[in-house]
Design a binder for this molecule. Structure first.
Ligand SMILES: C[S@@+](CC[C@H](N)C(=O)[O-])C[C@H]1O[C@@H](n2cnc3c(N)ncnc32)[C@H](O)[C@@H]1O
Ligand SMILES: [Zn+2]
Length: 282
């Protein structure tokens, strides 16, 4: 079986086809080939290396556990609703840039009744892509979103970008003219009750305007930003996962964090997200 995909060869930018026999691989006409890892994802960064730190296996596990307990389900559902309201065609091609485990992508796919779904999850972390590779109709690709994104021009209905690096010029290029770009960031008051006691970085103020200007400069018009805020009742294991799944997971000691979380006990913590919607400028 040789199925065309809208994913491009990271070496020569030709279209890639997905082959499943004798093994699952993506190949282009020039003979470049990427075999799926045994966990199902494709690594396009082989031999290239990258300067960015990938999320480690324990960080990705913490994220999966935290999300699995439903604490961010309201955000997933908000994103799925936004997609359903704005994209009514019966096919849906999504790119999730910096997808992590693919949690939000998975919820959108589940809640959107598109007959023809074709999703691409990209992340620099192999451990994250192992998880995302389990989603239906999804190619999970290890890639650095600061580089040229290996997806054809105007090939995506939706670009999703949650708490991950933004590359608006590339998001704009791969979006269809009637596509949408959904960007989620933590608001200034996100998790404010536990930031200091758990040594988390604070969320800088004024970020929203900077983001909107950065996207506008690349031809993505800001349509709306909405804040989603609610309180969560978190136990020490949740607090641990919450910190460890973020950037602090790269340098914190798990044991120190565990005892800090135990000392805090059960807490009511506010989640506060800004969900931004952009569309390509005509
Ligand atoms: C805070 S996590 C968010 C993951 C996911 N979007 C979510 O909300 O659950 C940030 C993700 O961005 C990924 N990441 C960081 N730098 C990246 C890059 N240059 N290219 C692609 N992914 C990157 C990390 O590996 C991590 O999975
Ligand atoms: Zn090629």
């Amino acid at each position: 079986m040789n199925e065309p995909t809208s994913v491009l060869c990271p070496i020569c930018a030709a279209a890639l086809k997905l082959t499943t026999e004798p093994r699952r691989s993506l190949g282009c006409a020039a003979g470049h080939r990427f075999d799926a890892a045994k966990q199902g994802y494709f690594n396009f960064l082989t031999g290239k290396g990258t300067n960015f730190l990938e999320d480690t296996s324990p960080m990705v596990l913490a994220r999966e556990e935290f999300q699995g307990r439903g604490h961010y389900a309201a955000l997933a559902s908000e994103l799925a609703t936004l997609v359903a309201e704005r994209h009514r065609a019966d096919s849906l091609e999504i790119l999730d840039a910096g997808a992590g485990t693919g949690y939000y992508l998975g919820e959108i796919l589940k809640q959107h009744p598109a007959a023809n779904q074709d999703a691409v999850a990209m992340d620099i972390s192999r451990f994250a892509m192992r998880r995302a590779a389990k989603l239906p109709d999804t190619l999970a690709i290890v890639w650095d979103v600061w580089r040229t994104i290996p997806s054809a021009d105007q090939s995506r209905d939706v670009v999703l970008n949650c708490f991950a690096p933004h590359n608006p010029a590339e998001f704009r290029r791969v979006l269809r003219p009637d596509g949408l770009c959904l960007v989620v960031t933590g608001a200034e008051d996100h998790l404010e009750e536990v930031r200091e006691p758990l040594d988390m970085l604070s969320v800088a103020g004024g970020k929203q305007q900077v983001l909107i200007e950065k996207f506008a400069a690349e031809g993505l018009r800001h349509v709306q930003s909405q804040n989603l805020r609610y309180s969560m009742n978190l136990e020490p294991a949740d607090l641990y996962n919450l910190v460890f799944m973020g950037p602090a997971g790269h340098h914190l000691s798990g044991d120190t964090l565990r005892s800090k979380a135990e000392n805090l006990g059960r807490r009511t913590v506010n989640a506060s997200f800004d969900v931004h919607l952009f569309i390509p400028q005509a």
